[in-house]
Write a protein that binds this ligand. Structure first.
Ligand SMILES: *Cc1c(COP(=O)(O)O)cnc(C)c1O
Length: 388
């Protein structure tokens, strides 16, 4: 429960104990001496980079992976000095000096970036901290076998201006057994390419290929580091990964805890007479006298319009229906089953309340979005705070 009035119309709470619990679970899966990189792209999957990073450090994380340089800059402002940062994607050329001077690790997936970053590193007198990403079958980013012919002379020319922190790839769809053959083929290609580096005496500090799904489904491919995104936040990469995990256990309870709760409050209460319509249009007709609560959260705050007339919220631990269309800044819930609801009472949009729970998954099944998508759509502007 929120003990103080909300400053913004809704608030996101992150549970430190859930975070610790999830990391403990992940560590049981990850072999000794395998580093865990906490993936915090997409504003830490909507949890909020600024609040998530220091909290994860407290739980023992010392390596973070972001997609783009702007996320790295935000992370750098809040992380400990010695914590490592890795950019897996976007860096415009004019931001490369910042990356180099701050010892931020970054992925090389095209030769242009390799040549200009190493030239800049040389001029700045620093070592570029590079991970070379290989194309092994996902056909997204990554250097092909043929590209390596351009890579070798560059590595030779700039021998003193880089550290080969990693050679890596990304597995396409480890969350589904249907991709098993494709993944085996990717690993085979990966090993061949890694050997090409070794044959030229470039020994990478780390090999890494696995996201959450692969870490669970293919323990043999953990190599030196795993890149864990969705699991640390308490969600499974797919239903299939969860079933795969749980089918081998006696205890069928989901071992992960959701970190995030999203709370709002009752802004107004009113009575609606039988036969009246509620909200815009005629999508909701009161078939009997109703008591409704107006809640100051709408699609502008990330509460999807597709939850109109179908979403659920919790008040006093009771699941209540969202009725009528979701507005830009408001939604309406049917509170007829509750007595005497007061303005200011806590409304849980996602999370637990008095034993009841609304998960992002139940939310997403309704609105037909993946956990990943819904989480990352939680707006950056909502107040976020830590709870125990
Ligand atoms: C997002 C991402 C991950 C983490 O994926 P999860 O499924 O959330 O664990 C790992 N590696 C790369 C390259 C990614 O883009």
């Amino acid at each position: 429960m929120t003990d103080s009035p909300l400053h913004t119309p809704s608030e996101i709470e992150l549970s430190i104990s859930a975070m610790q619990h999830n990391l403990h679970f992940i560590k049981k899966f990850v072999k000794k001496n395998v580093k865990i990189s906490s993936v915090i792209k997409g504003n830490a999957y909507g949890h909020g980079i600024e609040i998530y990073v220091p909290a994860a450090e407290q739980c023992g994380i010392d390596h973070f992976a972001v997609f783009s340089v702007d996320e790295a800059i935000r992370s750098a402002k809040v992380k400990r000095q010695e914590t490592e940062l890795m950019i897996m994607g976007w860096i415009p050329e004019n931001e490369m000096p910042w990356v180099l001077q701050n010892n931020v690790q970054f992925w090389i997936f095209e030769t242009g970036r390799l040549s200009y970053s190493l030239e800049m590193a040389k001029q700045l007198g620093v070592k570029a901290q590079i991970h070379i990403e290989m194309e092994t079958g996902m056909n997204r980013t990554g250097l092909s076998h043929a590209d390596l012919e351009e890579v070798w002379p560059l590595l030779e020319k700039y021998r003193d201006s880089f550290s080969l922190v990693g050679v890596c790839t990304h597995l396409a769809g480890a969350e589904s057994i249907a991709n098993h053959v494709r993944i085996q083929r990717q690993i085979k290609r990966f090993r061949v390419m890694v050997n090409l580096f070794r044959a030229r005496s470039y020994e990478p500090d780390m090999l890494h290929v696995s996201s959450s799904a692969a870490t669970i489904a293919y323990p043999a491919f953990q190599f030196d580091m795993v890149r864990i995104g969705i699991l640390q936040y308490g969600y499974w990469p797919s239903r299939e990964t969860f079933i795969h995990y749980i089918s081998r256990r006696k205890n069928k309870k989901d071992p992960l805890h959701h970190i995030i709760s999203w709370r709002s409050c009752v802004m107004a209460v009113k009575q609606v007479k039988q036969g009246e319509f509620v909200s815009y249009g005629t999508t909701y007709l009161a078939t009997e006298d109703k008591t409704i609560a107006i809640i100051p959260t709408g699609y502008a705050h990330g509460y999807s319009r597709s939850l109109s007339n179908s979403g659920r919220v919790l008040i006093r631990g009771q699941r209540l229906s969202v009725i009528g269309m979701i507005n830009m800044n408001m939604l309406i819930a049917d509170i007829s089953s509750l007595e005497d609801v007061k303005v200011g009472e806590v409304v849980t949009l996602i999370g637990d309340q008095e034993g009841a729970s609304i998960s992002v998954s139940s939310f997403t099944e309704l609105s037909d979005q993946l956990n990943y998508e819904l989480l990352t759509r939680l707006p950056t502007g909502i107040n976020r705070r830590l709870t125990t």
